[in-house]
Design a protein around this ligand. Structure first.
Ligand SMILES: NC(=O)c1ccc[n+]([C@@H]2O[C@H](COP(=O)([O-])OP(=O)(O)OC[C@H]3O[C@@H](n4cnc5c(N)ncnc54)[C@H](O)[C@@H]3O)[C@@H](O)[C@H]2O)c1
Length: 266
């Protein structure tokens, strides 16, 4: 492993498990000092300990991304105890399935927005000055293919479309501070977020050109790319990591269906 993040300090939200844990682990392997944060404290402590066991530099701190005071306190602690911050990954998110417009409660709408979108807003607002004062760096926001296409859960989809807007606005505003801001948009990823919904996982795998979901490590590698100097000329960008779901569109199904006919003509 190249030490592409040597000397960098990185904060990953929602890092107790799933993609956030994979990102924290990869960052540590790339030489970063990693701060894992989450509301699932026991799992977060265990994940940080597992990274340390492999020789990585990792610590866990509690952070509810929807809580403004939590953000202020954590950034102050990082400034005091770690001395710098170069990378922020706004990864924490909560799902909502079956939430079409007519049956979505205001409480569910507000919960989704507060974690998935307000969390990223607060993170950028609170962390950016410290990243600037640390010599600049990179922020990666976690969207979804639900923020690239229409989707069946209005609140989830709207929160992820919002991630695209905040990414582009922040990229514009923070470029003079030496901070790049990009978004990664995973398709199906095998994590606890989707594992309860077997039918959904099967259906989305079937509709994905690669006909499978991603591992968390496949997403983490793209996030590492967006945080290290390999992507030094990329900002404000959306990268789908989705096995071709959004870019190939429905034509791969058309092609497969037509080619399956004995006398196929395309
Ligand atoms: N798994 C997928 O198929 C998929 C697809 C597209 C996008 N995503 C997005 O990827 C991100 C990571 O999800 P994942 O798949 O690793 O799921 P996950 O459920 O494994 O991880 C999400 C983490 O966020 C934490 N979290 C929840 N609310 C929080 C809060 N208020 N403050 C801090 N942490 C909080 C959870 O405790 C958990 O550790 C999310 O933003 C999700 O929307 C996931």
């Amino acid at each position: 492993m190249d030490h592409k993040l040597n000397g960098k300090t990185a904060l990953v939200t929602g890092a107790s498990g799933g993609q956030g844990a994979a990102e924290a682990s990869l960052f540590a392997a790339a030489g970063a000092q990693v701060i894992l944060s989450d509301i699932a404290d026991d799992a977060g402590e265990a994940t940080a300990a597992a990274i340390r066991d492999t020789g990585g530099n990792a610590e866990y701190r509690h952070l509810d991304v929807a809580d403004e005071d939590n953000w202020r306190e954590l950034i102050a602690v990082i400034a005091k105890e770690n001395g710098s911050l170069n990378i922020l990954v706004n990864n924490a998110g909560v799902p909502l399935r079956g939430g079409n417009i007519t049956n979505t409660s205001l409480a569910d709408w507000n919960r989704l927005m507060s974690v998935n979108l307000t969390g990223a807003f607060l993170g950028i607002r609170e962390a950016a000055p410290l990243i600037r004062d640390s010599g600049g760096g990179a922020i990666v926001n976690t969207g979804s293919i639900a923020g690239l296409t229409g989707h069946f859960a209005t609140a989830y989809s709207a929160s992820k479309w919002g991630i695209r807007g905040i990414t582009k606005s922040a990229a514009m505003e923070l470029v003079d501070w030496g901070i790049r801001v990009n978004a990664v948009h995973p398709g199906l990823v095998h994590t606890p977020l989707v594992e309860e919904s077997v039918d959904f996982v099967q259906a989305l795998s079937d509709q994905t050109p690669m006909e499978r979901g991603a591992t968390s490590e496949e997403i983490a590698k793209v996030v590492l790319f967006l945080t290290c100097d390999d992507s030094s000329y990329i900002t404000g960008h959306d990268i789908a990591v989705d096995g071709g779901f959004t870019d190939v569109g429905g034509y791969w199904r058309v092609l497969k269906q037509v080619m399956a006919q004995p006398d196929q003509r395309i």
